[in-house]
Ligand binder design. Sequence first.
Ligand SMILES: [Zn+2]
Length: 555
Amino acid sequence: MVSIDIIKIMITKTSIENLKNSIDIVDIISNFIQVKKSGANFTACCPFHGEKTASFVISPSKQIYHCFGCQVGGDAIKFIMEFEKLTYPEAIEKLATLSNFSLEYDDNYQRQDYSVIEKLNGYYQKLLVSNQEASEYLKSRGISSFSIEKFELGFAPSSNETVNYLKNNFLNLSDGKDFGIIDYGQGGVYARFIDRITFPIYNNTSKLVGFGGRTISGHGAKYINSPQTKYFNKSKLLYGYNIAKDHIFKEKQIIITEGYLDVIMLHQAGFQTAVATLGTALTSEHLPLLKRSEPKVILAYDGDKAGLNAAYKASNLLSQNGYDGGVVIFGDGMDPADMVMNRKMDILKDMFTNTKPFAEYCIDYICDSHDLFNPNDKQKALNEVNDYFKSLTPIMQQSYVPYVSSRLNINSNLLNLANEHHGRAQKRMNLSQIDIAELSIIKTMLEMESLVASVLNIINEDMFQTHRNEFNLLLNDKDDPLLRALLLQEEVKIYSVEDLNNQLMILLVPYYNKKLQLVTNDKTIDFKEKSRQIRALKDNIDFIKKGDINSLTMI
Ligand SMILES: [Zn+2]
């Protein structure tokens, strides 16, 4: 079926802007939950996670909300979307109704037309049936004809055949380029997928956005994906999610594998919550998709080095973000697809039931990558475990103390348990002076963008002791929940330009002194260079003493 995504663009932009300007977030949220005034802000018990103390804060001046417990947040539209489980345009309409606002609709709307990729997918599916080599390959991997239909597997022919198909059916070539199906080279237009079995990839609203392709002629890489397009972002998508979605919500479980064939074969064997990342590790961009159903996450990865490493990264990410679940590693060169093919369903079921919890996997991974008989190496392992612990909640840390001390064979008091964890859930109270100073600098730059360029002339991330992460987010991802929380943290002040300069200097003095010491003791740089650096550092320290921040040079 050909679908056209029109609703998003039907409401005019101006009308959305006017609506946004006419509403007040406190009024809107009060329609749904009880809010209480508290200083300059309003607080409430968060409707998105069960809680008895109010950690949900609404700021009338910034028109945003943020939950310090579960990190949700955003503007009024976001609240309606999350609370009422609506799409963006639906939320806009709901908001308009709530505030008696008449929206304007655009009758000249621009259509996002999926017909090129959808029709091509149909063409590829037909070609698979008549292609013996591709069909034989799928059969040899144990894939049933039912699965071929369910997953819409197809076959991409020669470049010319694809291009002619598009032309003969009067399909829009420029749309084809937007979808990454074709591109323009020196010899004219050419197809991206040639002589490959195609695996159509859908996004989370079940729109076809790209393909994965496996070569059968041995041309180029074994597997390729569609290129990055405005529709296709491989770090956000999960293969098979459109088919697994209902099962994921129902069973509260998701099995994440590494390959297309793993997904198809697992579904074939009744494990219908299986999906795969697209040739990348699991990233934080995947988390919103996972969060929707709050499933138990099972990572089903290969036992090779790449697989173990990917499982470690993903376990780290998931445990820090409070996901339940664990890891299954497939050894002996067997992947999930092979297991199904060899009818080892019972063993698979057992493996998925008895997963290794993420934290345990991370601790094991750290321990296994060090020689624990060597005291120096063991110390390194301990440091890494301590670092990892900092990203966990206090309860999680506490629960893994016995495990770590037995794995490392050390006394548990060598473990550094933090009272508050420094992961995604940023602590709210008990900020130290240094925290407040660093955070205030970041908050000031967040509020007064015009200052950023001049501040960046004199500081970099190395100068931050505890809030390097927020500093980097300021430069790279201003929408991060950590920064949103910062905007609402009242104990963190916004500085005047003068205070900002004073605080920067307080931050810079210990930094330059330390650096001076390092350079003085460094035996690897030659005398001339060393003198130059020492002079520059001493000059900077002098400038700071005189309060002359404008003369500082970055060293
Ligand atoms: Zn919350």
